[in-house]
Design a protein. Structure first.
Ligand SMILES: [Zn+2]
Length: 120
């Protein structure tokens, strides 16, 4: 989680029309082979979630069964994204990650523990 917090500090804030501040988010993936990868929000493209960057942009064709994921912020819940975007919690389940550790619950009412409940 300390590594995830370090990654979180590298978050690239995107320009937003809604006037809100982008959350700082970092994520770490520990694979069964011992390799460790990190990502932060906006690392490769403005607004991309840290988990999305890690799972979809950096590991799209990799088998992630049995990996452990650390995220500083509760991953977004199903229905919190504008269709056809898939939520990070759905991506995590589909990638067969066996364990996830979450730093804090997301106070955004669209998420509000729904992400954690979905993962459980
Ligand atoms: Zn997300």
């Amino acid at each position: 989680m300390e590594l995830a917090i370090e990654a979180m500090r590298r978050t690239v804030a995107e320009p937003r029309k809604d006037g809100k501040t982008s959350p700082l988010v970092g994520a770490v993936l520990c694979k069964p082979d011992g390799t460790v990868e990190t990502a932060c929000r906006g690392e490769l493209r403005h607004g991309d979630h840290a988990e999305f960057t890690l799972l979809e942009r950096k590991n799209r064709s990799n088998k992630l069964d049995g990996s452990i994921l650390f995220a500083t912020l509760e991953p977004c819940a199903p229905d919190s994204r504008h269709p056809p975007k898939m939520s990070c919690t759905e991506r995590i389940i589909l990638s067969r990650i066996k364990e996830i550790w979450v730093g804090i619950e997301d106070p955004d009412p669209k998420v509000d523990r729904k992400g954690i409940k979905y993962l459980q």
